[in-house]
Design a binder for this molecule. Structure first.
Ligand code: FES
Length: 251
């Protein structure tokens, strides 16, 4: 049986949704594989919606907004771009692959372009095959979702451009490379900490076991564990009586 990809599409009301409407009126053909959610602006798409879509069984996610410079809320599509770029990095870390997530621009007058974008994305996902959602992948996606819902990453998305534009008290501006480095390391830290939380959600585990599961050096794993203990998110499992302490999630 041939595989029919399930795609979730977020369409901005003012451009992409109107473009989809025009495609329908003009009878431009496109595959019926997408479920559409209309949003007022592509910037309204919370990045945490994306791992949620994969957890709900979708094979791909599309976010279509107005062309750069045409957003009805001025900078919504630039915000969308920052959110999606960051989400892509997290999806790569989780092993989902960023190619299952598309951000593109379609204007209200581009009915034909809309049908083309949908056709190409559906074909791409068909080529990649069904998204396999086993227990391990579920845990990874939950870690992606928790990272995107966390304060640190949200702050970076919101404040990133401001940090580059504004001078600090020493009249210095943060160079783009430094900001990117800070973003990369925050994303990695947040993902790994949330991954630890999902790993010990139902079973307590020893540090060595966690480091093997994460394919991470024991030293680095211990640093994350200490940080999570200090944040009050995890503790030691009192029911484990062995010599090796096991970590459990605090409720
Ligand atoms: S209104 Fe369309 S992307 Fe903002």
């Amino acid at each position: 049986m041939s595989f029919e990809p399930k795609i979730l599409s977020f369409l901005c009301n003012w451009c992409a949704y109107a473009g989809a409407d025009l495609a329908g009126i003009s009878r431009f053909q496109y595959p019926p594989n997408t479920r559409v959610i209309r949003v007022m602006c592509s910037g309204r798409v919370d990045p945490a919606f994306i791992p949620r879509a994969f957890l709900a069984g979708y094979d791909g996610v599309m976010v279509l907004g107005c062309h750069p410079g045409d957003c009805h809320y001025l900078t919504g599509n630039y915000q969308a771009e920052r959110k999606i770029n960051l989400t892509r990095k997290l999806l790569e870390m989780a092993g989902v692959g960023s190619e299952r997530l598309l951000l593109d621009w379609v204007s209200a007058g581009e009915g034909e372009r809309f049908s083309q974008v949908v056709r190409q994305f559906v074909e791409k996902i068909r080529g990649l095959g069904p998204f396999s959602l086993d227990e391990e992948m579920r845990g990874k996606l939950k870690a992606v979702r928790a990272s995107l819902e966390g304060e640190k990453i949200r702050w970076m998305i919101g404040k990133g451009p401001e940090l580059m534009e504004k001078e600090n008290v020493y009249h210095e501006r943060l160079p783009k490379e430094r900001l990117n480095e800070a973003i990369e390391s925050t994303i990695r830290d947040e993902f790994l900490k949330n991954r630890i939380l999902t790993l010990i959600e139902s079973n307590s585990m020893a540090a060595k076991e966690i480091s093997q599961k994460l394919n991470l050096k024991l030293n680095e794993t211990l640093n994350y564990l200490v940080s999570l203990v200090n944040e009050g998110k995890i503790g030691f499992d009192p029911s484990e009586e062995g010599r090796i302490p096991k970590y459990t999630r605090n409720v």
